[in-house]
Design a protein around this ligand. Structure first.
Ligand code: CR1
Length: 814
């Protein structure tokens, strides 16, 4: 085994400045005098990447030559956030960078800001993948992230003059992207379509067309581990750049058609979140990156071997299926083993089942992907045959286990018309996990009950986590310094449970005041950030109350906005005494899937409530509402540290975990929330007295459904709610137009699938308790400190350790 070399030995600020100069001169082709902040950013990025290069090579060599099984994290999304600061931190070059760019005549912040945030993910699932690869590298575990380098990431969100969401393309590659190494020499061919024929008693797939999968490698540096793993994102290229014959016939568009068709595959990230789309292109994308990745792993672990012994494959690498998106990997590995390497079915099946594990990230049945068989048959005919055979084998196995006929039918992977990817994943892998205790329990009790009955040992839980490097150290440097001061060490960044050492300091008034001062300073910075980015004025002496996440009915942004409206109305009509009102600024940040009608209407409503409230002199200084456009990682890093109260108010039993909740608790916000997802575990750890709980629990939700839910009853029963809905229906937030929100109002009053109305009173009532506490800053901040101190469990390092122990059965490189 090669010796572990540290990242290239740390340099002085002067040397680092020289390295940046060199990049400017030779790679960018500009003088220091000509250079803009954007030039210096690219130069600095390349300079820091150079420092990581040797450790990357060593890690790759040790990954292949060592005896430690690697992890392959297959994910359609990696929501990485900006890279520069994180790379500097992990390379140990932050101070040198600051001094170097100042010596070059720039402000470090301007250089960091010049980076364009890559948006290769929708929300929690994609950001989790990014946290996980950070933790894998930091723990020294050999790992590959495998995904797609989309040309367009998640859309950029703007609002038009009516407050409606407008999506614009996120062309993040329009300028030089300095982090990825594109590697044309390690490409893979991925084929589609055509037919399956029999040749000499063997099934042979004759595909109709192929695309070239070219890897772009991103270095994933660990924090203090000296390890640098690989994130390999595939980009689709065409084998036929150009059809000269067509061109010569003056058919110019036709001439580039094959290129366009091929490159479309990695063109765009689907902006869907927890909803199913039946798009052919999406299946093409899934197969594209999964097929390339599996072949790549064989290339990496059996270099130069024509006839590798692939029975050892599961000892080399274990693949985690991040939700159902990569599940086509199961029949693909079967196909590779049988058709390309000549293994028999049973051997191939043993290898395959050992190789894969599946993480489910949802409880919404509509988010479990189901593909029409006709589509799979057209695009991947050989895979459809394999899936049918897997499905038959599964049925036989269940029959042997004595499972009843009708249950077996309910569990079918292949129904004739459709293929249920979650079922294929559950049967085709070794383990299945949910992402929080409650979620994993509900998977066993409800969503995958039959499977859990038949294979109880397959099921486990791994509660999500977030990386403290990005979400505390980088996002909240002031709090990081205070934590280090309080604990007398900065080791907490690699061992987050050490935060518990802060708990006694919650009783130390001096420390509590310092903590409060950090929060106030973060609020102050955010006021500046918001002015710069959104042109809005915020009063920093109000309570900062935040709800940021994707816009989805189950997350219940409606509940929050109705409570805001009710507060507004109460102050206006005097039912709430204006002098008693605690001044609040409410922040929303949320993208809605472009085709999600009610979600988009909710955004429009929030924007218009914001317009009315913020311009009404009667509530000035008491209440302000802001819908911040284009919620992304950068906004999260700025807003979360400034937040005092965060909202985790989904209907119980619908949010699989949540990870924003963890980021807020770790940054010293108090949470108002339901008993849903990871809220349950956060509350358990930080203490019920340090968490504002409201609303129905899962059982209460279930029994209300069972007895028949009538939202109108709740509307009639609580005058605050009635008034809020009446204002929306009456046109207060639509310049008198009573129809503007009619579909939303009708939904609330007649369907209200996620029981917003039923939880309203409890939510509105708990506000008094929140505000009473807030008027005692020492007590509030004591509780906030206890949230920080007791949230160390929610480090993604801990999540990864759980995966290592419960699922992957591997560990750090020696
Ligand atoms: C869940 O909705 C969870 C993340 C990460 C989301 C959220 O509760 O925290 O996954 N699921 O596990 C999702 O995006 C497509 O499904």
């Amino acid at each position: 085994m090669t010796e572990i070399t540290a990242p290239k030995s740390p340099v002085t600020a002067e040397q680092f400045a020289d390295e940046i100069r060199e990049q400017l001169k030779y790679a960018q082709g500009v003088t220091v005098e000509q250079a803009t902040a954007a030039d210096v950013y690219v130069a600095a990025a390349k300079a820091v990447r150079n420092h990581l290069q040797d450790a990357w090579f060593t890690t790759q060599a040790d990954t292949v030559n060592g005896n430690t099984k690697a992890v392959g994290y297959l994910s359609a999304e990696f929501l990485m956030g900006k890279q520069l600061e994180n790379a500097l931190l992990n390379a140990g070059l932050t101070d040198q960078f600051d001094a170097a760019v100042e010596a070059l005549g720039f402000q470090p912040k301007d250089i960091v800001d010049a980076e364009y945030e890559p948006g290769l993910g929708n929300g929690g699932l994609g950001r989790l993948a990014a946290c996980f690869i950070d933790s894998l590298a930091s723990l020294g575990v050999p790992a590959f992230g495998y995904g797609i380098q989309y040309r367009y990431g998640i859309f950029k969100q703007q609002f038009d003059e009516n407050g409606k969401q407008v999506e614009t393309p996120d062309y993040w590659l329009s300028n030089e992207e300095p982090w990825g190494h594109i590697d044309y020499n390690r490409d893979q061919k991925v084929s589609f379509g055509g037919e399956v024929v029999e040749e000499n008693g063997k099934k042979v797939w004759k595909p109709a067309w192929s695309v070239r999968a070219v890897p772009v490698d991103y270095l994933v540096p660990g924090y203090k581990s000296q390890r640098v793993n690989t994130l390999r994102l595939w980009t689709a290229r065409s084998y036929d750049e150009f059809d000269l014959l067509a061109f010569n016939r003056s058919e110019y568009m036709e001439a580039v058609e094959p290129k366009v068709k091929a490159e479309n595959i990695s063109k765009i990230l689907y902006p869907e979140d927890s909803t199913k789309v039946g798009k052919e292109l999406r299946l093409e994308q899934q197969y594209f990156f999964v097929s390339a990745s599996l072949h790549d792993a064989i290339r990496v672990f059996y270099p130069g071997q024509d006839k590798p012994d692939l029975t050892t494959f599961p000892d080399k690498i274990t693949f985690q299926l991040n939700d159902t998106h990569p599940v086509i990997g199961i029949p693909e590995l079967m196909r590779i083993l049988i058709d390309e390497y000549g293994y028999d079915w049973d051997t191939a099946w043993t290898i395959t089942q050992k190789t894969f594990n599946y993480t489910c990230h949802t409880l919404l049945p509509e988010a479990l992907e189901v593909w029409p068989s006709s589509l799979i048959g057209e695009l991947l005919p050989r895979h459809l045959e394999i899936i049918e055979k897997i499905s038959d084998q599964f049925k036989a196995e269940l029959k042997d286990k004595g499972v009843a006929e009708n249950t077996i039918n309910d569990m079918a992977i292949y129904t004739g018309d459709a293929v249920r990817m979650a079922y294929l994943a559950t049967y085709g892998g070794s383990h299945v996990n949910g992402v929080a205790e409650l979620h994993s329990q509900l998977l066993k009790d409800v969503t995958l009950k039959n499977f859990s009955d038949a294979y109880p040992d397959k099921f486990t839980n791994v509660t999500n986590g977030v990386t403290p490097r990005r979400f505390i150290k980088l996002a909240n440097p002031a709090l990081s310094d205070l934590i280090t001061e309080g604990l007398g060490t900065d080791k907490w960044l690699s061992d987050l449970e050490l935060l518990q050492g802060l708990a006694p300091l919650a009783q130390d008034d001096e420390f509590v005041k310092k903590f409060a001062a950090v929060k106030q300073a973060n609020k102050h910075s955010f006021v500046g950030f918001a002015k710069d980015h959104y042109g809005i004025d915020i009063d920093e002496n109000t309570m900062f109350n935040t709800m940021v996440k994707r816009l989805h009915e189950y997350k219940r942004q409606s509940l929050k906005i109705l409570a805001v409206i009710s507060r507004y109305a109460g102050i206006k009509n005097g039912t709430i005494n204006a002098d008693d009102v605690l001044p609040r600024t409410v922040f929303f940040g949320a993208k809605a899937a472009p085709g999600y009608y009610l979600a988009k209407m909710t955004i429009q409503l929030i924007n218009n409530v914001s317009r009315v409230v913020n311009n009404d002199p009667d509530v000035k200084g008491k209440l302000a509402v802001h819908m911040l456009p284009n919620y992304n990682i950068e906004m999260a890093q700025n807003l979360i540290p400034a937040t005092e109260l965060d909202e985790q108010i989904s209907q119980a039993g619908k949010e699989a975990s949540g990870t924003g909740n963890m980021k807020f608790a770790l940054n010293g916000a108090l949470t108002v929330g339901t008993l849903d997802g990871a809220n349950v575990e956060i509350r358990e750890r930080v203490g019920a007295e340090n968490f504002f709980l409201f609303g129905m629990n899962v059982d209460e939700v279930e029994s209300l459904y069972a007895t028949g839910y009538d939202p109108a009853k709740y509307y009639e029963a609580d005058p605050r709610l009635k008034q809020a809905i009446d204002l929306v229906a009456g046109g207060t937030f639509s310049e008198g137009d009573r129809n503007a929100y009619a579909p939303l109002v009708a939904d609330w009053l007649t369907k209200d699938w996620f029981m917003t109305l039923a939880d309203f009173s409890s939510y509105a009532n708990i506000q008094a308790q929140i505000e009473e506490l807030y008027t005692h800053p020492l007590d509030w901040n004591r509780k906030a400190i206890l949230n920080v101190a007791n949230s160390g469990f929610f480090s993604s390092d801990r999540s990864i350790e759980d995966y290592l122990e419960r699922i992957w059965h591997t560990g750090p490189l020696a």
